[in-house]
Design a protein around this ligand. Structure first.
Ligand SMILES: [Mg+2]
Length: 419
């Protein structure tokens, strides 16, 4: 099989960069995006590089940040804007290859194996992507180039983010000289706790893990954790050796799907229900729009989440059946938050998914009395049409209009975040 070429694009200080690009007056000034600028107790969600250079860090209290940097520009988050710019970047990347997989709000995998003949070398393509993202959105993307998703991800996190031009290629022949001497904690998927476990097993570098016979690693990990963890052992061993066959997932519109789902990796741990609701709404919107474009209704809503820790997995996956099959964002969203509220144990969340299954043709849907569903449908069709014609930014979310109970609040906010 032909060796693949995969890139991972990651935006620098994404939320803060979007804000700086939106206001020429912010240029050259330290800026943070913070929960509530009116309250010094608010939390810094994102800091631009200038603010970081002044000692400001993500997740600290705004009061502390202002003490270090009194001339700090503080803006409140506009989630809708970040979602829109993220979609814009995905669209830019799609002009280079149709195989683009959004990995988080500011990261995308792109398989460019088939693009080389058209656009030049991998490095030239990555530089062109970077340039186009910068001119069209004002955001600086760092791009890792690899021959699998894990090598692209590590090329980006370990080198591209620190290099002058924001690019790095981790080719197969560079693994022993560049990746393997690095501490085990630099390996993708290895957190601080797991790194400590590996250290205690005498595995200090990525190379020590990579060069260990897999059977020996399995045995060592079983001893250490007192349980079978062969799958985990193999996963780490494969990552250290750059082995990863997983494809860049792209939506295919050919056969009617059995389910439509979306998942999102968050830029950091989300701990409050208000924050998680933003993501749930966005996922429900993506899933329902897709169903509407397919002319399908779903009858089963599934919601799942995972924490960031691989060693101590947290999270759940649950489903519920809707009273009537539908593809209305607000109804699926209501079911999703009900499920989440019921099953979430307050653990920090890093990955969230929403799936609609039990799909059937829209033609079969029944009118239910006492519900103004046809109205929702008309409204959603109209907004879908506008969005597909003019882009997502053209109009607010359908559920902001339909959920009259929270209309006033929703007009300015999405799930607690400002638009
Ligand atoms: Mg980033």
């Amino acid at each position: 099989m032909k060796e693949r070429i995969i890139v991972l694009s990651d935006c620098q200080s994404f939320y803060a960069s979007v804000e700086k690009a939106s206001q020429p007056a912010y240029l050259g000034r330290p800026l943070v995006v913070a929960g509530d600028p009116a309250r010094r107790s608010g939390i810094v969600l994102a800091a631009c590089p200038l603010a970081k250079a002044r000692g400001v860090t993500t997740a600290e209290a705004l009061g502390e940040a202002l003490a270090k940097c009194p001339d700090l520009v503080v803006v409140r988050p506009r989630m809708q804007q970040y979602i829109d710019v993220s979609a814009q970047i995905t669209a830019i990347l799609r002009t280079f290859s149709d195989m683009v997989e959004p990995y988080s709000i500011d990261e995308q995998f792109v398989d460019i194996t088939g693009s080389l003949a058209l656009f030049g070398s991998a490095e030239e393509i990555a530089a062109a992507m970077q340039e186009q993202i910068r001119t069209e959105t004002g955001v600086y993307a760092r791009i890792g180039i690899g021959y699998s998703k894990v090598t692209a991800k590590m090329a980006c996190d370990l080198w591209a983010k620190k290099s002058d031009n924001g690019l790095f290629t981790l080719s197969r022949d560079l693994l022993p000289s560049r990746l393997w001497p690095r501490p085990i904690g630099d390996l993708f998927m290895v957190g601080r706790r797991m790194a400590a476990h590996f250290d205690s097993m005498g595995i200090l570098t990525i190379g020590q893990l990579a060069e260990m016979p897999l059977a020996e690693l399995k045995w060592k990990m079983r001893e250490k954790f007192r349980k079978r963890c062969d799958i985990d052992a193999e996963l780490y061993w494969r990552i250290a050796n750059g082995i990863d066959d997983s494809p860049v997932h792209t939506d295919t519109y050919d056969a009617p799907p059995k389910s439509v789902g979306h998942q999102m990796t968050l830029p950091r741990d989300y701990r409050s229900f208000a924050e998680i609701k933003v993501v749930l709404l966005e996922l429900c919107e993506l899933v329902c729009r897709r169903c509407r474009s397919l002319g399908m209704n779903g009858s089963v809503v599934s919601v799942g989440c995972q924490g960031a820790s691989f060693e101590e997995p947290t999270g759940f996956s649950r489903q519920t059946t809707l009273p009537d099959p539908c593809n209305a964002t607000n109804l699926v969203y209501e079911a999703a938050i009900r499920l989440f509220r019921l099953h979430w144990d307050d653990q920090p969340v890093r990955r969230v998914s929403v799936t609609l299954s039990g799909l059937s043709s829209e033609m079969e849907y029944q009118l239910t009395l006492f519900e103004s569903r046809p109205k929702y449908r008309e409204l959603e069709r109209a907004t879908d049409l506008l969005k597909s014609k003019y882009g997502d930014a053209i109009i607010g979310r359908a559920s902001s209009f339909t959920d009259s109970g929270q209309l006033r609040d929703r007009a300015g906010k999405i799930g607690g975040h400002y638009k």
